[in-house]
Structures are given as structure tokens and as C-alpha cells.
Design a protein around this ligand. Sequence first.
Ligand code: ZN
Length: 430
Amino acid sequence: MEAVKSKTIAREIMSTFLNPKRTVAELKELRALTGDENGAQRVAFTPTWLKARAWLRERVKDLPLEIHNDAAGNTWFTLPGASDQALLIGGHMDSVPNGGWLDGCLNVLTGVEILRRIHAQYPGKPPVTVRLVDWADEEGARFGKSLFGSSACSGNLDMNEARVLQDKDGIRLPDALKEVGIDFERVKESGQELKNAAAYLELHIEQGPVLLDLDLPLGAVLGTFGVERHAITFHGQAAHSGSTPMNRRKDAFLAAAKMSSEIYRIAGRSGNGVCTIGSCTTKPGIVTSVVAECRITLDQRHLDAAKLATMLAEAKAASDKFAREGNVSVSWERLWQIAPRPFNQELISLCDEAIRDTCGKSHRLPSGPLHDAAEVAAAGIPTVMMFVQSLHGISHNKIEDTREEHLELCVTAFDKLAESAMEWIPARAK
Ligand SMILES: [Zn+2]
């Protein structure tokens, strides 16, 4: 009973220090400073991105923070606590060109407000160290490599692949990094920042329609989807469209076309998985010939590794069956894959609780897009994300938007999650 009472009092104190309206006002200020009529223009490693980061440092100058950039260009804002064990809160100031006003910076500015609240509530000494990180180049808009700063930090960045990346003007990634004072060959030294990391929290706009369709403001994220991406080629025989009877054809397109409806059944059986055939090309590709070769691409995603493997096996079995039925052959080529990154169960529960406490009802959902949180989770740090509803279910577009009352709710709920995580960290260490 005493514990419940002291928790209630702590929550009351928290709400007097937290000012969610200030976060909304700061988001608007940032939009005015770094956006134009086409949307946000904070592309990583550009002058506008540097301007946004300088503005961010200005916002926190009254807090007793230690601030530095790590070897990969991620900025760390540290509020030292009684324990070295650190609660991390992450986001990214960079945007895609013509991006939305919330993607990435909502997370960072909410983190700033939480640092203010924690400093006010525990003057000089929060129970654990609290660190806000602004990841460098989450979007990968210029070099086509997403999660640059966080994957350098987690150790997953493929150096050989990244070393030769070029932007559309032929400028290499290592040269662009040198311009902003980053030595490409040393970026993985940023990994030492995770040394005392005990939990990682990230707030993000959903960028999809799930919460909107459920009419819920907030959701707890279960993890990021694993992905299997393949090219499937059916090999038949070109034949004259007039002289070849239907029963004599080796029609590569017929077999490929059957896959189209089959993937809906495969996804349906998998629970929450998704499957997409995103492209289809035929050879010879003329109106008077049966299709000799048909290549389709298949993208499959699931949060559960075993179910993702089943979806893939079922697609392979179906392609063999349709090839046999049509008297053609089939070959597969893997284009890309990534494992699912499930988040920490206990943190997911705390996230759920913080949401219910703030707006009555929560919902658990997986994330289709990857986020920096996926990299931190892969590095073995207990991680969770919170989503706030996106209007139109749209992002990476200037029409990206979220209701102001939902923005205020997400700051409040995310702050409660931060507080519970600060209590969870020492309890877990025991
Ligand atoms: Zn983002």
C-alpha cells in the first residue's frame, strides 16, 4: 500500500515538471527552422542537419549535461546519476529530403523534455544515469544505407559495403564523413558508448495505419520484422501465340501468376506476416509469344523467425508445385535477409502499462520499418519502442502528421515509461 501511495505521489511530481506542450512548440520551431514548403530538409551530413543539431544543443544548455559526439557522429547527452547503469533514450534529427515534421525529431525532443523533468525531480542525482542519443543518418537518404550511426555503434555495419557507397554526385561516404569531422575507419569505436547501457527506449510515429484504424493514440512495439527477399524465376519456352495449342504450352507466366494469389494464403496462415510480389518481368515480353521466362520478386516479413521460415518454405513448395503443373522449371535467388529483432518482454509490459495509465487502452504491434532500436536490440541491450498514431498512416512525406493532443499524450506516456525503466534497471541488476 505504501509503495502504491509513493508511486502515486511520484507520478504527481512528475506531471508538474513535464511540459508536453513545450515539446509540440519546439517541434514547430524546428519545422520553421529546417523545413520549407516541400517538408523537412534535415538530410544527414548537410548544413541544414548541422543547423538542426546546433539548435538542439541550444535547447539543453541550461541542463547539467555532458555532451559529445562519438566516433560515428552520434551525439550523446548524458545526465549523470547515482549509478553508472544507463537508461538510453534515442532518436534522430536527420530526415529524408521533403520529409515529415515528426519522424525522428519527435523522439529526440521528447527525450529532451524527459531530461528536463528528471533533472527537476532529482536535482543533481537521478537514481540511474540517463542518456539521450541523436543517431547520425538514420534515414540513409543520401547514401542508401539506413541506420548508419546505430549500426556502427552496434557493430553490425558492414565496413566493406559502406566504404564504397556513393551519393548521386559520386561523392563517397568516407569523404562526406570527413567533411563533418568523422573518420570512417574508426566509426565502430562508437560501440564503447553502450558499455553501461541497461535499457534503450525509443518513441516514434507509427508511419502506418494500424493505430489509426483502431482509433487508439498509442501502442507498444513488439519488435521489428525479419525480412526474406528473393527473386523467383520460372523458365518455360517461347512459342507462337497463334499456332501453339493451349495444352502444349510451357508458360512461365502462368506458374508465376499462380504465386500471386498463393502468397495471400501463406500470409494469412502465418498470423501477422506480410508477403509482397513487388515486380514481374517477362521474356521475350511481346504480345505474340508465350512467356519463356518470368521473374518475380518476393518480400516476406514476420516478427517470429520460425514463422518467417515457414512462410519461405511454403512459398518454395508452392513454386515447385506450380512449375510442375505447368511443365516449366523454377529457380530461386536470395536478394537480402535480416532476422527479426524482438524487443524485451518486461519493457514491453512497462510500455503497455505506461500507455494504459495515460490513455486507458494500449495495443501491441510489430514494426514493419526498421529503426535504430533494432540495432540496439541486436547489440543485446533490453529495448522497447512506443508508437504514436500517424494521421493518413503516411510518413516520409510533407503530409506526415499526428494530432497535437496525441503528441502531448505520447510525451506523457513515454515519460512514464522512462520513470518505470529507471526503477526497473536497479531491480533487474539485483
Ligand atoms: Zn525515423
